[in-house]
Write a protein that binds this ligand. Structure first.
Ligand code: C5P
Length: 239
């Protein structure tokens, strides 16, 4: 992989299905030139690496969203397994600490096509009381910024964060550090269970680099058209 990260296509479609058939049915109507795909814990636990290989064989870049969190050697070995699988992006919890992140990053150095390594900061499902209960002081936003800068200085390629947090994180991290944001909704569609959302274009303007979008595409009557509409919306943002 070259040192310049190719951000396009910026849309990562979240494949949140409980079975293979509907997921493959959706993917058969999508275009790898227009989107990448995210495979999370449920689909990976049900279908395993073979499913990821099937998607990659169709030409899609795969974000393996397994959010590793363990001792440094174990996380590094899991990241190496993801690299062997040929995924484009993999993630871990930044709260696993500097040593864990640095060890994982070093282990990926040996791969000619290494996956991008992305950190999870504070899960957006956690509020002020939740993080206090597990021993974090300060607000969720303060902790997001602190963990983002730790991830940046530990050699990670970026973090996952909400588009609303992107604006606070962007000035505190390197220019090339990627902000990957879920919680994105075109103005015309339902927010589903997402509470704090931004439109795709607003998210990019707020500092996001890549957009994780699920149901606005996966549950659309015409997923490819929905993907094209979002691409058209963000085209004004530039490359
Ligand atoms: O369907 P929707 O666009 O809401 O899907 C968003 C995807 O991003 C889901 O896979 C969800 O688990 C993931 N995600 C999120 N918010 C976070 C982290 C991940 O919505 N904070």
């Amino acid at each position: 992989m070259s040192s310049v990260i190719e951000k396009n296509p910026r849309i990562i479609v979240a494949l949140d299905f409980s079975a293979e058939a509907p997921a493959l049915d959706l993917v058969s109507g999508l275009d790898p030139k227009l989107c990448r795909l995210k495979v999370g814990k449920e689909m990976f636990t049900r279908l395993g690496p073979a499913f990821v290989e099937k998607l990659a064989a169709k030409g899609f870049d795969i974000f393996l969203d397994l959010k590793f969190h363990d001792i440094p050697n174990t996380v590094a070995a899991a990241c190496a397994a993801a690299a062997d699988l040929g995924v484009w992006m993999v993630n871990l919890h930044a709260s696993g600490g500097r040593k864990m992140m640095e060890t994982a990053r070093e282990r990926l150095e040996g791969f000619s096509q290494r996956p991008l390594l992305i950190g999870v900061t504070i899960l957006t499902s956690l509020g002020q009381e939740d993080i206090a209960e597990v021993g974090y002081s300060g607000s969720p936003a303060e902790n997001v910024v602190r963990l983002a800068t730790l991830a940046d200085s530990s050699g990670l390629d970026g973090i996952v964060c909400s588009p609303l947090e992107a604006g606070e994180v962007r000035p505190k991290v390197n220019k090339a550090f990627l902000l990957v944001t879920p919680g994105v909704r075109p103005a015309s569609v339902s927010k589903d269970d997402q509470k704090r959302v931004m439109t795709p274009l607003d998210a990019l303007n707020n500092g996001a680099d890549m957009l994780v979008i699920g149901r606005p595409i996966t549950a659309a009557e015409n997923p490819l058209q929905s993907l094209r509409d979002i691409q058209a919306e963000i085209a004004t943002f530039g490359p």
